[in-house]
Design a protein around this ligand. Structure first.
Ligand SMILES: Cc1cc2nc3c(=O)[nH]c(=O)nc-3n(C[C@H](O)[C@H](O)[C@H](O)COP(=O)(O)OP(=O)(O)OC[C@H]3O[C@@H](n4cnc5c(N)ncnc54)[C@H](O)[C@@H]3O)c2cc1C
Length: 383
């Protein structure tokens, strides 16, 4: 058993840390969070450093990195900002979906554009009446010759409003069959005529943004259909696995940043003539936080290791997503408690970590649905 990274992976990790130190200092992150603006200059720096090429095979111009390499990058970006990490993760996991389910022509068209940063990818599954119950989605694509006409609405679409965003939109193409057979996936530019976007006021992830997207008679040519007509469910399932693995890595990175912030504050802050970290109540809280973050990270590394060895990892990815998200939200809550009033003050970073953390147990599937899935895999499925 080997718990270490290779030399290349250590170099990769150090290079991401250096890049983030250079381009995403604390003031820059605070400025974008306050203004709710996206750090395009940072995204360009990721592209320049080849990070967007990392997980794609060399034959398509990528670097052929593994799921472990990808998790290293996401974890380090998320230490600085889970909000920013989602922008990287969104393009990567939707791009990997095109790699798995697209035709050769689609891969040749889209993958270079994702790697060069010419397009960013977002995912549109959820709708007002279709959250955990994905099969209830109503957005409909009517075939019309060699194109589709899309009508409907998506909700909570992360990053849909960024410049040059292309949304992987899940639609019904046949309402008469079971949703697993009647669902398809279309790649739709966010500036296509008939697409309307509204950025939602949310607690966290303010920079990448969470959007409501309306589709009114949006014409989409059939070469944007990925996975074939009726192949949407397969696309969705394979995409969700990578989304959840990436999301687990992001949760671990941000959770570690919270522990570091809380521990450093507890060493500095003095009350009753001594550092508050010396009070057992606070010291034990931080010890528990670090232990749980390490446990979450172990589950995450196991899951991405299995993925990188092409082994079935549905159960392990789901467990990692569940535990990492719950741990992230829990340590963020404890981090605020440790900092007292300062934890809630906008001049300190803990409140931003706390706000961003809250969505982890909801986005990419709630903790309850992860538990349903794990229990189901253990033969405990409701009839
Ligand atoms: C910040 C953020 C970003 C997001 N980004 C995206 C995105 O980019 N693209 C996208 O498509 N979606 C996105 N989502 C949507 C997200 O996937 C959904 O919010 C999530 O799947 C839950 O759906 P819902 O909010 O409608 O809650 P509901 O499904 O209505 O659930 C409400 C509550 O009921 C529980 N519940 C529901 N069904 C069951 C069940 N069978 N058993 C037990 N409990 C159940 C849930 O766990 C939850 O606690 C995002 C959400 C957030 C908060």
């Amino acid at each position: 058993m080997d718990f270490g990274f290779s030399d290349e992976q250590n170099l990769l990790r150090e290079s991401v840390i250096k890049l983030m130190e250079r381009h995403a200092g604390p003031e820059m992150i605070r400025r974008h969070d306050r203004a709710q603006t996206f750090p395009y200059e940072l995204y360009d720096a990721w592209v320049e450093a080849g990070l967007l090429r990392l997980p794609f095979p060399e034959e398509y111009g990528g670097l052929g990195g593994s799921a472990v390499d990808l998790a290293i990058v996401v974890q380090e970006i998320s230490r600085y900002s889970a909000d920013f990490a989602m922008a990287f993760g969104g393009s990567v996991f939707c791009g990997l979906n095109i790699l798995r389910k697209g035709t050769e022509a689609q891969k040749a068209h889209w993958l270079p554009r994702v790697m060069s940063g010419d397009v960013k990818l977002a995912i549109g599954i959820s709708e007002p009446d279709a959250g955990s119950d994905v099969g209830a989605l109503k957005t409909y694509a009517q075939r019309d010759g060699d194109s589709f006409v899309v009508n409907g609405q998506k909700l909570w679409t992360t990053g849909a409003g960024l410049k040059n965003s292309v949304i992987s939109v899940y639609v019904k193409t046949d309402r008469t069959v079971h949703y697993r057979k009647g669902m398809s996936m279309l790649l739709i530019d966010n500036n296509t005529p008939g697409v309307e976007l509204r950025k939602l006021e949310m607690l966290g992830r303010r920079c990448i943004g969470t959007y409501e997207v309306f589709f009114r008679d949006v014409r989409v040519s059939e070469d944007r259909l990925v996975g074939g007509e009726g192949g949407g469910w397969d696309c969705l399932m394979s995409g969700l696995q990578s989304e959840r693995a990436v999301s687990a890595a992001g949760s671990c990175g941000a959770a570690q940043a919270i522990v570091d912030l809380a521990a450093s504050y507890a060493r500095e802050r003095k009350q009753f003539g001594q550092m508050i970290g010396g009070f057992q109540a606070i010291g034990h809280m931080i010890a528990d936080m670090q232990t749980e973050v390490d446990a979450a990270r172990m589950l995450m590394w196991r899951a991405v290791w299995l993925v990188s060895h092409e082994q079935d990892a549905l159960r392990e990815i789901t467990m990692a997503k569940l535990f990492a998200a719950e741990t992230y939200a829990k340590v963020a809550n404890m981090g605020v408690q440790i900092m007292g009033g300062y934890g809630l003050n906008a001049e300190f970073d803990m409140q931003r970590y706390f706000r961003d953390a809250r969505s982890a147990t909801i986005a990419a599937g709630t903790s309850q649905t992860q538990r349903n899935l794990i229990a189901g895999l253990m033969g405990l499925k409701a009839k």
